[in-house]
Design a protein around this ligand. Structure first.
Ligand code: FUB
Ligand code: ZN
Length: 665
């Protein structure tokens, strides 16, 4: 995060207010089991706990305030931590004293649940104290600790709560005593990366180098002893698994198959992988570790060039919620977990801390406007865990292999990792708008906001005004030049610096104006840079925001002969609600022309794309032979196709959806 940024953007304000006014109170009720909702399993698997959340109750029991048993996943605590983190960010924007008082009481409760030696983890405190740190492949103890540290730092920064930071340091010190190179310590890490991120944040907040060292330790030990998790499990007297089924996954599931500097492809569980990469990039920036950054770049390249969906989703299979292999991007069985795209945003953000290149912002933007946003319904009370690019309700209902592909967002999920993850990201979006490095302020995301920076000791104020992501609707004749971004710069004293502006990869052309005068500014690494002595200046960038059709690489078997449509940062899709059932019968013409308009009455206000396409006509009789000799004539008629932003699908009941559309040859 750079400077002090306040978001005023209409598009994002809507979501941030939904988080503050709807999601946070709603999630609080869910965590307390105070709301009658249907908690759905994210896939057909009877072992997924879905009766209730019980997350706050678990803390009360661990604190000795109530009696009873722990309920839920071993990582149920992390739902509370992510809620607290989202609350902290939302208090930064709007100080709500009642919410602060509630959050303070949660901090008190967490502190009460912490054991005297610093251990914090309700499952193990309540149910299995003898199993602490004995089965790290499944236990998520350090994963939860990492989430608490992130929440603690956010809450400390928001309200200056010393108490929350003390609890976090006590926990980190407990972990520091138990893990490390010394004899008697555990030489290993957690099966789910996250502690590495939490510790790096704790280091930033406290300046204590030991936390950064510990984060680095956990990164570098991964994969050096691939049998560690298995050995721990065999050594443990207790044989009941903490999470059944994890043992069937390969070592790469936890990125434990080889040392991290040797990992050059994105393997295993997608959320774990991007959390690991986030921490790698973070620690690389904090310690100037070039080898570590080079390792980040290898994995980044593999994700972005070969394993990422056009929507910024990652994870091609439900089995292990994992990556599979290069160019394997099925649209209807994929995983694309919301958390994985949230993690991709974090990873991209940390890459920018190391190196200013527009592609990091491009990927961040792709994930954010598409898969991250699609994780939540417009009401902020229904959530997708899995974000398909093609969905057919009957198929999801009747094909057991697609039970994870939901066509309507559930009210809550048995594994509730995604909703609070989304909330904490949306509530902290201002952290990703700018990156400041020495004498450069880099504008990475575009939204209406104010920013206060200090450059060479001087205060610099930048007001960003933009019609992003839709483009201005005022001038229908200038459609191709609608992505306008204006930076109004105000410095009390003349200050020399560079304003770098990301030119998104979807923009074929751009125009830069400095104080009203067009200037030819070349891009370098996808960035235009204006270096000057600033005082009262206006820098404007216009991006050509025309509708694009995209083909996937020829190795992507699933998308051959198909196109995806985007405009600006937003990927579009066809939905049954607008186009009728059997979307597979529809196609787009080779040289299709598109029209765009903004419909303020649809889905809370969205850009709509229309084009003249084609529809194979079903004959009037319902029963058709399954196979027949090639039909001389397949009756195909012209049909107007309507496309809406992908993120907004499934807000009008259960229906078919398709991102990749067949194209007529
Ligand atoms: O294991 C903790 C979280 O639950 C993961 O990040 C998600 O993928 C889900 O499996
Ligand atoms: Zn998730």
């Amino acid at each position: 995060m750079t400077g002090k940024i306040r978001v005023q953007d209409k598009f994002w304000k809507y979501y941030r207010e939904v988080v503050r006014k709807d999601m946070i109170p709603y999630q609080w009720k869910v965590l307390n089991d105070e709301i009658a909702i249907k908690i759905e399993r994210e896939r057909n698997d009877d072992s997924i706990p879905n009766e209730k959340s019980h997350a706050i109750e678990n803390f009360k029991i661990a604190a000795g305030l109530k009696t009873g048993n722990h309920y839920g996943w071993v990582f149920q605590d992390s739902d509370v931590y992510k809620w607290l983190e989202a609350v902290a960010y939302s208090l930064n924007e709007y100080m709500d004293e009642d919410l602060k008082a509630l959050a303070d009481s949660v901090v008190d409760l967490i502190a009460a649940a912490q054991e005297d030696d610093g251990y914090l983890g309700t499952y193990f405190t309540i149910e299995a104290p003898e199993r602490k740190l004995k089965r790290l492949g499944e236990s998520h103890e350090l994963y939860c600790a990492g989430h608490f540290m992130e929440a603690a730092v956010a809450y400390y920064e928001a309200v200056k709560s010393e108490k929350v930071l003390t609890v976090a340091c006590k926990l980190a010190d407990y972990i520091g005593r138990h893990f490390g190179e010394e004899e008697g310590q555990i030489h290993g890490c957690d099966g789910h990366e996250e502690i590495e991120i939490g510790l790096a944040k704790l280091y930033r907040a406290t300046g204590e180098a030991k936390y950064l060292e510990l984060s680095k330790y956990f990164l570098y030990i991964r994969g050096t002893d691939p049998e560690f998790f298995l050995r721990q499990k065999e050594e443990e007297k207790e044989s009941t698994p903490l999470i059944a089924g994890l043992e069937k996954f390969p070592l790469s599931y936890c990125q434990n198959h080889k040392p991290l500097l040797e990992q050059d492809t994105a393997e295993g569980h997608a959320v774990r992988l991007v959390y690991m990469c986030t921490a790698m990039a973070d620690v690389a920036a904090l310690t100037n570790d070039e080898k570590l950054f080079a390792a980040c770049k290898k994995i980044w390249r593999n994700i972005v060039d070969k394993r990422m969906y056009i929507t910024g989703g990652i994870g091609s299979t439900v089995i292990g919620e994992s990556f599979t292999f290069d160019y394997d991007l099925p649209n209807d069985t994929m995983y694309c977990e919301t958390c994985a795209s949230v993690g991709l945003v974090f990873f991209a953000g940390r890459m920018l801390e190391n190196e200013l290149r527009s592609e990091y912002g491009d990927v961040m933007e792709r994930a954010l406007y598409n898969t991250v946003l699609s994780g939540m319904a417009l009401d902020g009370k229904h959530f997708f865990y899995v974000n398909p690019l093609e969905a057919i309700p009957e198929s999801s209902a009747k094909d057991p292999a697609k039970s994870h592909v939901k066509c309507v967002r559930p009210e809550w999920l048995g594994c509730a990792c995604c909703p609070p993850n989304l909330a904490r990201l949306l509530a902290s979006l201002e952290k990703y708008i700018y990156v400041q490095r020495e004498g450069t302020i880099f504008a990475n995301l575009f939204m209406n906001c104010d920013g206060e920076f200090t450059v060479h000791g001087n205060p610099v104020f930048i007001q960003q005004e933009t019609d992003y992501p839709w483009g201005s609707v005022k001038n229908p004749y200038a459609e191709e030049w609608q992505g306008n971004i204006k930076f109004k710069i105000n410095c009390k004293k003349e200050t020399e610096f560079t304003l770098g502006i990301r030119i998104p990869n979807w923009a074929n052309e751009y125009v830069v104006r400095v104080n009203g005068k067009e200037e030819a500014v070349e891009k370098a690494d996808g960035i235009v840079s204006i270096t000057k002595v600033f005082q009262n200046d206006i820098i404007e960038v216009s991006l050509d925001m025309k509708i694009e059709t995209w083909n996937a690489c020829l190795y992507v078997r699933n998308d051959i002969g198909k196109v995806a449509v985007s405009r600006g940062p937003i990927v579009y899709c066809m939905e049954e609600a607008d186009n009728g059932k059997y979307l597979h019968l529809l196609s787009i013409g080779k040289h299709a022309e598109f029209t765009y308009h903004f419909d303020s009455d649809l889905l809370g206000g969205v850009g709509v794309i229309k084009t003249k396409g084609y529809a194979h006509m079903l004959p009037p009789q319902k029963e058709l032979p399954l196979y027949q000799k090639q039909r001389e004539v397949v009756e195909t008629r012209e049909k107007e196709l309507m496309l809406i932003p992908y993120y907004a699908w499934a807000n009008r009941g259960e229906n078919e959806m398709q991102v990749w559309i067949r194209q007529e040859r």
